[in-house]
Each structure stands twice: as C-alpha cells, then as structure tokens.
Design a protein around this ligand. Structure first.
Ligand code: NAD
Length: 491
C-alpha cells in the first residue's frame, strides 16, 4: 500500500526532515512489524528495565518537557508539569507490571487436564492522540503496549507535534543509554516508537492498514466514529477514548468548601479543555442560591492569562476557533433561558492577536445558571463553561446527570451514604467519583467511558489486556483422551 500523506502543518525548518521520513509510510509500518517481532522475544521484566531507563531520563527532563508542552498547545505550566509527571508515573506503573502481569489457570472437567490463559502481544499498535493531553495519553498507551511486547506508531495531534518530537527524542536517547549500559546492540529498540506527523489523512491511513493490529484513538466523538467504521470494516481492534459531557451533584449534606473547590478546578482546569471537564452541575434547590453565590465569587476571582506565569490559574484556549465556539455556545444558552453569572468574555489582561501561533485567546470561565436543563448543555464545547441547575428529589438529579449522549466522568458531593450508594450504582459513566472532581484521574484506575465516549480502557487496572491477545490453552498430561461434555467418539 502506498499512502501519500497530506499535511498542512509543517511550517518550521526543524520539521523538514521529519516530513521526508513520514512520507515513507510503508517503510515505517514494515519497520514496526519487524521491531514487534523482536520486542516480543525480550522477557517482559527486561522490557520493564528498558522502560525504567526511559523513566529516569524523563524525570531529569520533567521541567523542560513541561515547557515544551506549554509552548506547543498553551496548557498552564503547572498542569504541564503534572502531565509530564503522569508520564513518569505510567512508566513506573509499567515497570512494576513487567514482573506481575500474567494469565490464570482454571479447573478442567477432565482428569489429567489443565486449562490456562496466557496473554501474547498483538504486534503493531497505532496510537492517535488529541491536542489536550499530548504527552500523557501517549504514555498511557505506549507504556502498556511496550511492556506487553508490542511496537508502536504514534500519530500526534497537529496542534502538539512538539510534544511528540520531545518524547521521541528522549526515547531514542534512553535506548542509547540502555545499549551502553548493557553493552548490547540494542539501538534497533528506538523503532519501538515511531512517529507519523500529519493530519486526519494519516489517521485514516492507519485505520485502514491491516498491518496495525490495534488502533487506539483519542479525540472527538465525530472523528472517533469515522475511525471505528474504518477499523471495524477490516475487523481490526479499536480502543476509543472520545468526548465527554460530565456532571456533578451537590446535595444538602455536602461539605460545600470542598465541593466548590473541586467543581471550580474541574470546570476551569486546562481552560475547560479536558475530556473530564465539569460542564453540568446539579445542586439541591435548598442550597442552590448559596452554591451559585460561592461559585460566582470563585469565578470572579480566577486569575487568567499567561500560561508560564505560576500565579495564573487559567491559561489560553487552543485557538481562535475554540473561542468562537465558546462565544456561540454562551449566546445560544442565553437564548434558551440561561443566565450568564460570571465570565464568558475575553480576558483583557493578556491581549490576544491571531499572530500568536500556539497560544490562543484567554477566556474568563463562564458560569451560567438555568432553572432546568437546556439543549445547549448537551453539547461538548471545549472551553470553560459551567451550567448550574437546581434539582428537587435525588432521583431527578441522577436523571438530569445521565441525560447526555456521553458517559465519561461524574461525581457526587454528599455525606449521605444512601445517596452515595445510589449514585454509584446508577450514574452511567466509566469514572464515577465521590467527594472529588470529575477530572484529575489517577493512573492506577482504568480510564475510559461508555456510550458516545467510546469503549475500552487505558492506563491502570487490567487495561494492559487491551494490548494483548488472550490465548486459551487446554493441556492433557495423561495418556487417555476424555472429551469435553462426556462425548463418546469411537471408544
Ligand atoms: P480531534 O478529534 O480533532 O483530533 C484527535 C486526533 O484525531 C488528532 O490526531 C487529529 O489529527 C485526528 N483526526 C481529526 N479528525 C480526524 C478524522 N476525521 N479522521 C481521523 N483522524 C482525525 O480532537 P482534539 O480536538 O484534538 O481533542 C479534543 C477531543 O478529544 C474532545 O472531544 C475530548 O473530549 C477528546 N478527548 C478524549 C479523551 C478521553 O480519554 N476520553 C482524552 C483527551 C481528549
């Protein structure tokens, strides 16, 4: 297969060489296939040690990598540092996993037989990532894919290619260190991470390619559905981490100081550009006015502006298009009866012009109140807009919260055990939290959603299984041949 990779994003001299390489699409895939064959032969604990070398280097580059992240897509520097830390955490997690993951032995109904399950690598894993977590999502996928014995091909977002360049450089360097330390010819391991730069055409080529056993796609639901159709048509395996429209409930027993802090963080962190961002907040009507007052105070006092400034809490949006979408959403919500209580305008502290290539406009987070849910609340707009709605009976809160096509993250703020238990059972989401925010997940848990958020999980728990094929084995160590279900065949 020959693929001409269309690209409109390479403007800088430093990327010229990369373009030339990425046009060699077939070569990249073939090399990845060969690399996968070699990686699977390395014992898993040794793969863990290789990853550890990478983790050591990443630790030393924590701050410089974070700056590159902020410069590439405008994330606030403290959050960028947290994102690089998440990559380091993922490496640690995978190092531990390298000595721990395994299958199980099961009981056979036949004498002198044993049943077992083992997990073998898939081969080549394609990782397509979004702009908003340009390093962490790659680490979630890559660390698990590599430690279980796969090679990977990464297609980063065109808005965050600098991040891929940085991590690929660190990976290559860590392999050089590993080769030196072990005095082995291991430089071929650099090809365990290959990067294809470009836009949707590259993802589509990867989706069509039967040589890539798993496509792990993170991005919008619209693009994810396209990817799913293409991969599904060839019966390939797909992991989809798509959009979210997350909600929290605050009841009358909640610790309001904690709830307000958590909700503000979830609504405005990463300028509302997280898949787990809080958009819909349902508050028991007896405390509604108090909660809105406190939220308004918090929103009014948020420091917004330069993402490298440590004192700032809210940095810029990705680009002008993001602001235009936010502006339109606020306008539509007002037409539908919502009231703008705070923010929703461009921040004047950091005047923005379209000549800024990487850092978009700074928007003051919008707080909107509605007497009941409005249609606009159903749309995932990637900006800090929080809708607050009162509810009466607890059932109504759960009904409102589940009223969305997405199913990623939810939370409840309550000290009433019965309500908490009901919420945990009935909230239709992959991530269901108690007395903490919808965003900011730890790597130890499996991360993923349901409904239009996609399927499959990444990061912790048993997510590593997504990068493996299960091998079911029956071993007969006797000298008879009893058949399952007691079938008599020519005895
Ligand atoms: P996006 O869909 O525009 O792009 C994501 C990736 O897909 C990029 O690499 C892009 O080049 C590629 N792409 C874009 N259009 C495509 C198409 N038609 N066919 C194939 N590939 C295509 O998303 P984005 O704006 O970069 O990121 C924001 C979205 O990602 C939000 O919806 C957010 O909720 C979601 N997201 C989800 C998770 C999660 O874990 N659930 C994590 C991060 C982001």
């Amino acid at each position: 297969m020959k693929v001409i990779i269309m690209t409109k994003t390479y403007l800088h001299d430093e990327y010229q060489e990369v373009i030339a390489q990425s046009l060699e699409y077939d070569k990249t895939i073939e090399l990845s296939q060969k690399t996968a064959e070699r990686i699977r032969k390395i014992p898993a604990p040794v793969r863990g040690q290789i990853l550890r070398t990478f983790g050591d280097l990443l630790r030393r580059h924590r701050n410089t990598s974070a700056v590159i992240l902020t410069q590439s897509m405008g994330k606030h520097i403290r959050e960028s540092q947290g994102e690089v830390q998440e990559c380091i955490d993922m490496v640690d997690y995978a190092v531990g996993l390298s000595r721990m993951y395994g299958g199980q032995t099961l009981q056979s109904e036949r004498p002198n037989h044993r049943l077992q399950e083992t997990w073998e690598p898939l081969g080549v894993v394609g990782i397509i990532t979004a702009f908003n977590f340009p390093m962490a999502v790659w680490a979630w996928n890559f660390c698990l894919a590599f430690v279980t014995g796969n090679s990977t091909i990464w297609k980063p977002s065109p808005h965050a290619e600098g991040c891929a360049k940085e991590l690929k450089m660190l990976w290559d360097k860590s392999i050089e260190v590993w080769s030196g330390q072990t005095n082995t010819d291991s430089l071929w391991l650099r090809d365990a991470v290959q990067v294809l730069y470009g836009d949707a055409a590259v993802s589509q080529a990867m989706a069509r390619d039967t040589r890539i056993q798993l496509i792990s796609f993170t991005g919008s639901t619209k693009a994810g559905k396209r990817i799913a159709r293409v991969v599904g048509a060839r019966l390939g395996k797909v992991l989809l981490e798509l959009g979210g429209n997350n909600s929290s409930i605050i009841d009358t027993t909640a610790n309001l100081d904690l709830a307000i802090r958590a909700c503000v963080f979830a609504a405005v962190g990463t300028s509302g550009q997280r898949c787990t961002t809080l958009r819909r907040l349902f508050v028991q009507h007896k405390i509604y006015n108090d909660v809105v007052r406190r939220l308004k105070e918090a929103f009014d006092s948020l420091s917004c502006g330069e993402p490298m400034d440590e004192s700032v809490l809210v940095g810029p949006l990705l680009n002008e298009a993001s602001w235009k979408q936010a502006e339109a959403a606020i306008y539509t919500a007002q037409l539908q009866g919502a009231k703008l209580e705070a923010g929703g305008v461009l921040d004047t502290a950091m005047p923005w012009t379209s000549t800024h290539q990487y850092q978009g406009p700074v928007m003051r987070p919008a707080l909107m109140t509605c007497v009941q849910p409005i249609p606009q609340m159903q749309t995932e707009v990637f900006a800090p807009i929080l809708y607050v709605v009162p509810y009466g009976p607890f059932d109504e809160a759960i009904h409102y919260a589940n009223q969305t096509e997405y199913g990623l993250s939810s939370s409840i703020f309550s000290n009433d055990q019965k309500s908490i238990e009901e919420f945990l059972r009935n909230s239709y989401n992959g991530l269901v939290n108690v007395n903490t925010s919808t965003s900011g997940a730890e790597i130890g848990l499996a991360f993923g959603g349901v409904k239009s958020t996609g399927w499959g999980t990444e990061s912790g728990s048993d997510s590593w299984k997504q990068y493996c094929r299960r091998v079911s084995t029956c071993i007969n160590y006797g000298s008879d041949l009893p058949l399952a279900q007691g079938i008599n065949f020519g005895e």
